[in-house]
Design a protein around this ligand. Structure first.
Ligand code: AMP
Length: 265
């Protein structure tokens, strides 16, 4: 169709705003690979299982727009809740299996909210390529499954996790860490790095790797630390290619997640 030919290829970067370098890396990648980049900014109420977390979620659309355009976004799409969930909205997209452990077990309903909003955003924007961070590894895995199952448009592109210089995984929630908690939070990336180093030194058994990580995480409120198959997210006993460590912990009242490949894929 002439109109489609004129619009060129479209890249979609779904976000909840409070943009940081992690988001900007997705936007830059999208700009390098597609003609027009749509950055959606929508704090999706249905994916928050904790109303306090939703209320405290940082919001500053003007700042986000400036950062996104600076990273070569073409359009900022910041819908209202009614534009996504019109009156009478009654549908939930649920991906079974992959979502049942880890974040899914700790945050009931979270992935249903994510799957539903991503399906809506993909339908509304019809992108050729959609960009998601490996930071939310389980989310990315779920989105790939849903995308295939529902034959949603375009291609899903996973992008590497971006860290602060000291190793902390960038997250919109980091602004809520006070100076003390910010230091404790380094335990997550330190644990993952130590595990990876042990794996690189030849350790193939998962148990000693987890023991190393748990030791370094002793001072934080650990939710889970696991090493999983990168496709199924089932725990493994021995490292498989691309095996992934997943960690979640609460530090200074802020829930943080991090992830690292333990071996090259
Ligand atoms: P959020 O705004 O937290 O929903 O994140 C929007 C997108 O940015 C998701 O695909 C995230 O996985 C991705 N993202 C968030 N933090 C990072 C990071 N530190 N590195 C890479 N991607 C990230």
């Amino acid at each position: 169709m002439a109109l489609d030919a004129e619009r060129g290829s479209v890249g979609l970067v779904p976000t909840m705003g409070a943009l940081h370098e992690g988001h900007l890396s997705l936007i830059r990648r999208a700009a390098a690979e597609t003609d027009r980049v749509v950055v959606s900014v929508f704090v999706n109420p249905t994916q928050f299982n904790d109303p306090g977390d939703l209320a405290k979620y940082p919001r500053d659309l003007e700042r986000d727009a400036a950062l996104a355009f600076g990273a070569a976004a073409t359009v900022i799409y910041a819908p209202s809740v009614e534009q996504i969930y019109p009156d009478g909205f009654a549908t939930t997209v649920q991906v079974r299996g992959i979502t049942e452990r880890w974040e899914g077990a700790s945050r009931p309903g979270h992935f249903d909210g994510v799957a539903t909003v991503v399906a809506i955003l993909l339908d509304q924007t019809r992108p050729d390529r959609s960009y998601f961070g490996e930071k939310d590894f389980q989310q990315l895995t779920m989105i790939r499954r849903m995308h295939a199952d529902l034959a949603l448009p375009g291609k899903i592109v996973g992008c590497p996790l971006v860290r602060e210089d000291d190793g902390l995984a960038l997250s919109s929630r980091n602004v809520r860490l006070n100076a003390g908690a910010r230091q404790w939070a380094l335990a997550l990336s330190r644990a993952l790095r130590a595990m990876r180093a042990q794996a690189e030194a030849g350790e193939r058994n998962v148990r000693p790797l987890l023991a190393t990580g748990e030791r370094l995480l002793a001072q934080v409120d650990l939710d889970y630390l696991a090493i999983v198959d990168p496709a199924t997210l089932d725990p493994v006993d021995t490292l498989v290619p691309g095996a992934r460590a997943l960690v979640a912990a609460t530090v200074g009242g802020v829930r943080l997640i991090d992830t690292m490949a333990m071996t090259d894929g």
